[in-house]
Ligand binder design. Structure first.
Ligand code: NAD
Length: 446
């Protein structure tokens, strides 16, 4: 049952925190996500020597694929779905990026998210390019059987536009390991590869029993936590005993909160698509995770008082991890926030206006391109294991991930210091340097 984040005041608990933001409700404004990402590239291009043709190539995706496909619903009726796969760049290696199932999905958002994957993989020194895709529909509104058929028809429609050496999808919003198991099964049964083993790497984020890797489920959250810990070490900020607020309690938000809880950081406010909850004593994150696994959302969870979206953004805490969707922190939300650090678990949660306000208020920011890169990094480990028919232990995955995150953090910090720029532009700058060098080495065919 969905309720709006800004529920009627009669539902609010009397001791809920008062909003430090403006009196009117905070609602994300529509903005052009793809243009924003292009703007970051332009900003970074002023700090790195970029040949004009390379800049022009990187400003647009290489391929934009849209498919329409029919699916038989449980009622016996047929419904036609719109699916996307945007392939931004493969100069560094196969296209790589998640598949999102969401009712508001749009071509421009997928273009932005695909480009962001190029920057992320380049920053992380991975041999992958960038892609993103998915289907425009609400996965909560269909049955499990329907979800399986929708996924299979979508991956069938994509056909050889994906592949272990060409384009490797992974989970994102509204998809998970089960989605990837259906995708793998569809691919191996329809592409007609002689060696089915060789097809295992067509998607990552699979269940461990179906060729997935240990550590992928928690990888993005773990990566967010590595960056927060590194920030804390560098700024001499003691994490133990501190407070956290998290927007989005899915894969990224819940795992980030759980790993931080083990470090003594307590989750005091949380929100998802059904609304927001506050608990000054701190939520039991594992119980909340179990509740969400059983009920599909935080709605109705007893150990927290319902607050509005406005109140959520004004909660007194130390850390904020946005882990829902893009465009959640505009200028008004950034004015309301009462934290020291924003670590972007989601892709694109902060608008440029929001970021300007955060900077003015001295609230530090760990940008998405670094902070949530743990997911694609461990996806790469899964892909390598699939190619070698190996299964690494969880310790090996976790050790490699930590080193990869800290190395990338250092590259960002060095660039930011040398060029006196924001962390976000530093990430784009580092990524751009690597991409430019490859274009200079290889030149343009023919
Ligand atoms: P998910 O589907 O598991 O969870 C999404 C969460 O966001 C849910 O709790 C949902 O209720 C909540 N949400 C949706 N709309 C909301 C709204 N309007 N207000 C508040 N909450 C809302 O998705 P996920 O995989 O955790 O992805 C979350 C974000 O992290 C996305 O931006 C995604 O691109 C990014 N990301 C995910 C991964 C990954 O490995 N899954 C990796 C990198 C980045």
């Amino acid at each position: 049952m969905t309720t709006t984040p800004s529920g009627p005041s009669s539902q609010r608990a009397s001791s809920a925190p008062s909003s430090a933001g403006p009196p009117h409700s905070l609602h994300p404004e529509r903005y052009d996500f793809f243009r924003v990402i292009q703007g970051y590239l332009d900003e970074a291009s002023r700090l790195v020597t970029v040949p004009e043709h390379v800049r022009s190539i990187l400003l647009q995706p290489k391929n934009e694929l849209i498919v329409h496909f029919p699916v038989r619903m449980d009622s016996g009726h047929y419904r036609v779905f719109k699916g996307y796969r945007i392939q931004h760049s493969n100069i560094l290696g196969p296209f790589k990026g998640g598949m999102r199932y969401h009712q508001d999905a749009s071509l421009d958002d997928f273009k932005a998210l695909a480009a962001m994957m190029t920057w992320k993989c380049s920053l992380m020194n991975l041999p992958f390019g960038g892609a993103k895709g998915g289907i425009k529909f609400d996965p909560r509104g269909v049955t499990r059987d329907e979800l399986g058929r929708i996924t299979r028809r979508f991956f069938h429609a994509l056909g050889s536009n994906i592949g272990p050496d060409y384009d490797v999808p992974a989970p994102d919003v509204g998809t998970n390991a089960q989605t990837m198991a259906w995708a793998l099964d569809t691919y191996v049964n329809t592409v007609g590869m002689v060696k089915k083993e060789a097809a295992m790497g067509v998607v990552t984020g699979k269940p461990v029993s179906s060729g997935g890797t240990f550590g992928r489920e928690t990888a993005t959250g773990q990566g967010v936590v590595h960056t927060i810990c590194e920030w804390a070490r560098r700024t001499r900020f003691k994490l133990e005993g501190k407070k956290l607020i998290v927007q989005g309690f899915g894969n990224v938000g819940s795992n980030t909160a759980a790993i931080l809880a083990a470090l003594g950081v307590s989750l005091v406010a949380v929100g998802d698509h059904t609304g927001y909850l506050y608990n000054p004593e701190g939520f039991n994150v594992h119980r909340l995770k179990q509740y969400v696994a059983q009920n599909g959302s935080i709605a109705g969870y007893a150990n927290g008082q319902r607050i509005t979206r406005e109140e959520f953004f004004g909660v007194q805490a130390d850390l904020f991890v946005p882990a829902a969707l893009e465009n959640q922190i505009g200028a008004a939300e950034a004015e309301a926030l009462q934290v020291r650090l924003v670590a972007e678990g989601a892709n694109g949660p902060c608008s440029p206006e929001g970021e300007t306000v955060l900077a003015r208020r001295g609230i530090e920011l760990l940008p998405d391109v670094l902070a949530n890169a743990g997911g694609v990094t461990v996806s790469y480990y899964e892909w390598v294991q699939n190619r070698r028919s190996e299964q690494w232990g969880v310790e090996e995955v976790e050790e490699r991930l930590e080193k990869a995150m800290l190395d990338a953090y250092e590259r960002m910090a060095q660039f930011a210091k040398t060029h006196n720029c924001s962390n976000r532009i530093a990430c784009y700058g580092v990524a751009l340097q690597r991409l430019v060098q490859v274009y200079l080495d290889r030149e343009i065919f023919p």
